[in-house]
Design a protein around this ligand. Structure first.
Ligand code: ATP
Ligand code: MG
Length: 300
């Protein structure tokens, strides 16, 4: 099948998971094990993904050449949902010069001395680039919401910390994304939706397989206790911030091959909608080219 048709065929796996209107969104309507009835072997899945990756590379080349739009890809998930490996596989075909991955961890003392957006604003992608946020300002309405003691460390003036703080933060995030959109940043947000059961299995793998030991962290197991609180926080975040211009994708994450396919297809789809093209060469430039060609051919 030609690439165009293949890409069209994987695009149908994006639609069911795209949330572009938050109202009425319920996480329980989404199954982490969903594969849209698709049953692929390892090799077939990898082949299909390869086409997505190639499509992405073509789009990125134009994004970079055109130098006007930028793309911000946000990845949020529970531990072991596959953020790192999805980023690694899906972005494997893109030119590293046009792409930057930023991982956001617990804020440093310097970062805590600023508003929460500060550290993220500094790392936003330049025009023509793809920026990948491995975790992001959404942590401010996820981990910080689940553990209010973290909020205390943020040194906010106490009159500003009220009952409505989470709604206010969500509104600020939605407004910030409106602003970025109007500045030419296309935003896609991925929630890799893994089940609690699959997370347990992956933690056990990390304990058992020596090459995976380094990924294991006892504190990740502690966080499992707050699973329900996290799911509520994710649901509220998606409800408050899903929009047409900055959609969420609730990506089934119990099958890694399917996660990668959906993410790759969602990115290609969004980039195609930007109608990217190489900059046009005008008459003056063509004249310049002719002169350069003549000069080169005169060389001995
Ligand atoms: P990951 O867990 O993303 O795969 P990692 O294991 O390499 O990455 P960690 O040291 O676990 O890195 O750092 C991520 C941790 O930082 C997560 O527990 C996350 O909740 C936390 N974190 C990120 N942003 C914030 C924030 N704004 N406030 C508090 N904690 C945060
Ligand atoms: Mg971690």
């Amino acid at each position: 099948m030609p690439r165009k048709e293949l890409l069209d065929s994987i695009r149908k796996y994006v639609h069911p998971f795209r949330i572009s209107k938050g109202k009425g969104f319920r996480l329980k309507d989404f199954d982490p094990g969903d594969t849209c009835g698709l049953k692929l072997g390892k090799k077939e899945a990898a082949d299909l993904l390869q086409h997505g990756i190639a499509g992405l590379a073509e789009e990125q080349d134009m994004l970079y050449a055109q130098d006007t739009w930028s793309l911000l890809l946000i990845f949020q998930a529970m531990d072991a949902a596959g953020k790192d490996s999805t980023i690694k596989h899906v972005m494997s075909g893109v030119n590293p010069q046009g792409c930057q991955v930023v991982s956001f961890k617990q804020p440093s003392p310097e970062e805590l001395d600023h508003d929460f957006m500060w550290r993220c604003v500094k790392r936003l992608p330049e025009r023509g680039r793809i920026g990948i946020f491995n975790r992001s300002y959404y942590e401010e309405v996820l981990v910080v919401r689940v553990h209010p003691e973290i909020l205390k460390r943020q040194k906010l003036p106490s009159p500003l910390v009220g009952k409505r703080i989470w709604d206010e933060r969500l509104a600020d995030i939605a407004n910030f994304e409106d602003y970025l959109t109007r500045q030419g940043t296309k935003i896609l947000k991925f929630f890799l939706h893994v089940s609690r059961k699959e997370q347990k299995k992956r933690f056990l793998d990390r304990l058992e397989e020596p090459e995976k030991n380094w990924k294991f962290s006892a504190s990740d197991v502690q966080e499992r206790k707050f699973w329900g609180d996290y799911m509520d926080a994710f649901e509220e975040a998606i409800r408050a911030t899903a929009s047409k211009h900055a959609p969420w994708f609730v990506v089934p994450a119990d099958n890694k091959w399917f996660t990668r396919l959906v993410v790759a297809a969602a990115i290609v789809d969004a980039m195609e909608s930007l109608d990217l093209a190489y900059p046009k060469v005008d008459a003056a430039k063509k004249k310049e080219f002719a002169a350069a060609r003549a000069a080169l051919s005169r060389e001995k």
